[in-house]
Design a protein around this ligand. Sequence first.
Ligand code: CA
Length: 479
Amino acid sequence: MTESAKRRPNIVMILTDDHASQAIGAYGSPYNATPRIDEIGQEGWRFENCFVTNALCSPSRASILTGTYSHINGVTTLVTPIDAAQPTFITQLREAGYRTAMVGKWHMGEGEGHNPQGFDYWDVLVGHDGQGEYWDPLFLSEDGERTVEGYATDIITDLAMSWVDGLEGDDPWCVLIYHKAPHRPWEPKPEHAALFTDKIPVPETFDDDYSTRSSSMRRALMRLTENLNMDDLKQEPPASLTYDELSLWKYQRYMEDYLACVASVDDNVGRVTDWLRARGDFDDTMLMYVSDQGFFLGEHGWFDKRFMYEESLRMPLLLSYPNGLAGGQTFDGIVTNVDFAQTLLDAAGVEAHPRMQGHSFWADIRGEATQPRPAGMYYRYWEHDDTFHKAPAHYGYRSERYKLIYYYNDGLGLPGTGPYVYPAEWELFDLQTDPNELRNVYDEPDYLAIRESLKRDMWAEQERVGDKPHSSQPVLVGN
Ligand code: CA
């Protein structure tokens, strides 16, 4: 360990919106190469089992910032704005002398009480309910609103780097670079738009017939063929296609733009890495690449996220800090977005806020862990039956091998949810024999014992994090 390792690290968190690990080279993408994102993992760690606790933009951002679950931080849906006065890892870092900044897509509400707090500098996308624009985006900062000409992914990177370049003195800094890309409606830069016009491979579960699965999942309006709109597709499909041909045409159109938006992200991640190196800060900086959740890229015939299925549950996470961490490593233990706050605070040598609920993985990646990682993780999706996606409210528990899901199908009157309540349903998947989650084994006799044991684990974790079972939940015997 060098002398400089005693220096507190700078922190750069690059967060993208809806970037599935299936579309990252380091995670074995069959679709695209992402050399600059992959490089972070080569210089440090690639996490194989990083999961989101509520697979939706605003809730994931709130969990990352506060180190708490949705029922604690209050951001359960897309339209439950954050109380920005909550303690966050940013407020803790700032108290400890870090300079702090937030640039890009905030998406946790706008206005008094909801705009970013605890940052020395913040400059965030506004408009379209906080989604922002790809081109000539509108920003809000303490100086008010302004339009910045250009492409959002480039601009967000530029603003973040300029802020750091303007700092004086030796105190460490932390900058959050939160991109809009590759979120819907997938508007690429012209220079990337034609990169993926060759026929894109179709995932194995594209034609999923949903047999053995719940009616809850079948209700979702996330079908590529039926539910993408003209803003998404940007072209009328050719006339006289059969249904199957139309499906494939839409899939191709969707993926071309999605992957082209990712190409710009990869370029801009490279710009940040090169800039850190040029400043001489790369080795002293904790550089993270992560997406706010995963995404369906045609698996189960879907786009979007929300479900506890692997493609949306799984977050890509790559992290480097050469002076503090070994390089070329992979981490298989279970980590979640709730764990990030405490991990970053640990890396900075700053106390976590007592309200934070995660399990820091700093000791794990330093090779200093004194206890094993949690055996599973608790998930809850609250935005039941929203107008556009009709995804069911559910919670569940994922262990290394199994996944238990309880669709309680009730919006509980929360903003953003639909009024209809449907009968509760269960799903259970054995990820070892069925990694694509095509066979619900909840009612199979061979799985009875494991199913009841998973329920107990789920309950225990639900209780530990202070969440409450839905009223429809059957009471466990002998718990
Ligand atoms: Ca998202």
